[in-house]
Design a protein around this ligand. Structure first.
Ligand SMILES: [Zn+2]
Length: 407
């Protein structure tokens, strides 16, 4: 059984919501299943009786199931019973809002897809966007999860989100400033909605995934290269937010103040050099200003540029390699600032990782201050793993992050 570190769990105390304890139990079972009630009580650092009440209620709600799955027996000859998340009884909806195109995924409580991803055009007007999303969700639930309850809708946006109000403070690529996107979606769907910055949601999903083959401890950064550049930072098991929700916005740290115009209005931001728009602009031999290439009307897509690069097209390869060099230079700033254990990189650019890895690594080495730190682990999360959609799913499937010291 995976070792559980009780120091990472903070059980909600008197006065806080019972719903939080319920989510802690769900999260712990999800991360460590199969798990016995005794181990669960130990992990939560509470008496077994307290866990029993919570667990029984979750079993009544069909969210947990209990069964003897281990052939070993206890000293008294009794087979231990183990708890599992009943992942198929409820669904969650994940929405990835992007400038170029947006996506909806219907998933189970473990974040596993229950239907193919649906792509749709990103409407900028919140109520029209909400109606479109609601229509897609209704169709997906009817076809793939009839009669099943839905925990809610997780939405990731390419911008900064106010944690208290859930308003989008600034999403430069979408042109949203201080916009309420959550309420229209909640109204149109009749479901609870959680909204978060894409980079942070990706970082949350990495914490949530608890992949047994990967280390789950240590500081890390998630860099999501898309129409813009989303960065999520996890330090001491918590996603960094800062006083005004802009902590970790490395995408808008300048590589050169005389550089190209960024979607945020400033010049020379890292994002302006490495976004998919920049790569497409390089391929089209246009200036790498965000205004030079509109992701929705560009004659080629990033997917096509990446496919051409993989097929050996010299022009596409040159564009991708230039982006890779800027990616490495910016990663150098992150390593110098945070010195993390590892950096996850997501986005279409990673499709050519085998040919750009050396370029990224050598640019990073140019900037990083110590030899040891240049060896920071770089881990690619391929687009097929849909890290942004997984992040969106985690927002609703695992809201207890806020009480397990993660958010
Ligand atoms: Zn910027």
């Amino acid at each position: 059984m995976p070792r559980i570190d009780p120091s990472t769990v903070r059980v909600a105390t008197r006065g806080t919501s019972r719903a939080i304890n319920r989510q802690i139990v769900l999260d712990l079972v999800r991360a460590h299943q199969p798990i016995s009630r005794a181990d669960l009580a130990r992990a939560m650092n509470v008496a077994r009786g307290a866990v029993t009440t919570l667990v029984n209620r979750l079993i009544d709600e069909d969210l947990l199931v209990e069964g003897a799955t281990d052939s070993s027996t206890t000293q008294r000859g009794r087979k231990p019973t183990f708890l599992h998340v009943n992942a198929s009884r409820r669904v969650v909806v994940a929405v990835d809002l992007r400038v170029s195109e947006s996506y909806v995924l219907l998933a189970d409580l473990m974040g596993r897809p229950v239907a193919d991803v649906v792509a749709f055009e990103t409407l900028r007007e919140p109520r029209a966007l909400a109606r479109r999303i609601a229509k897609i969700i209704d169709a997906l639930r009817e076809a793939h999860a009839p009669g099943l309850g839905c925990e809610g809708v997780g939405v990731v946006v390419p911008g900064m989100v106010d944690r208290a109000t859930s308003r989008v403070i600034n999403a430069p690529t979408l042109g949203w400033k201080d916009r309420d996107i959550r309420t229209p979606i909640a109204t149109a769907t009749g479901l609870p909605v959680q909204i978060e910055n894409s980079g942070r949601a990706c970082a949350l999903a990495q914490l949530w995934a608890v992949r047994k083959e990967l280390p789950s401890r240590g500081d890390f950064v998630f860099v999501s290269v898309s129409d813009g550049l989303g960065v999520g930072v996890v330090v001491n098991g918590e996603v960094l937010r800062g006083r005004h929700n802009i902590a970790g916005e490395f995408g808008h740290v300048p590589l050169s103040i005389d550089g190209p115009i960024c979607a945020c209005g400033a010049t020379g931001c890292w994002e302006a050099y490495v976004s998919n728009r920049a790569t497409v602009a390089r391929y089209l031999r246009r200036p790498v200003d965000h205004i030079a290439v509109d992701a929705t009307t560009a004659p080629v897509s990033i997917a096509e540029v990446m496919a051409a690069a993989q097929a050996g097209d010299a022009r596409a390869m040159a564009a991708v390699q230039t982006t890779a060099r800027y990616l490495g230079l910016g990663l150098g700033s992150i390593v110098n600032a945070l010195d993390p254990d590892r950096v996850y990189i997501g986005g279409e650019l990673t499709l050519a990782w085998d040919v750009i890895a050396d370029t990224v690594r050598s640019a990073l080495s140019e900037r990083v201050l110590t030899q040891a730190a240049t060896r920071v682990e770089l881990l690619v999360v391929p687009p097929q793993e849909s890290p942004r959609l997984l992040g969106a799913a985690a927002l609703v499937a695992a809201p207890a992050f806020s009480s397990t010291g993660v958010a």
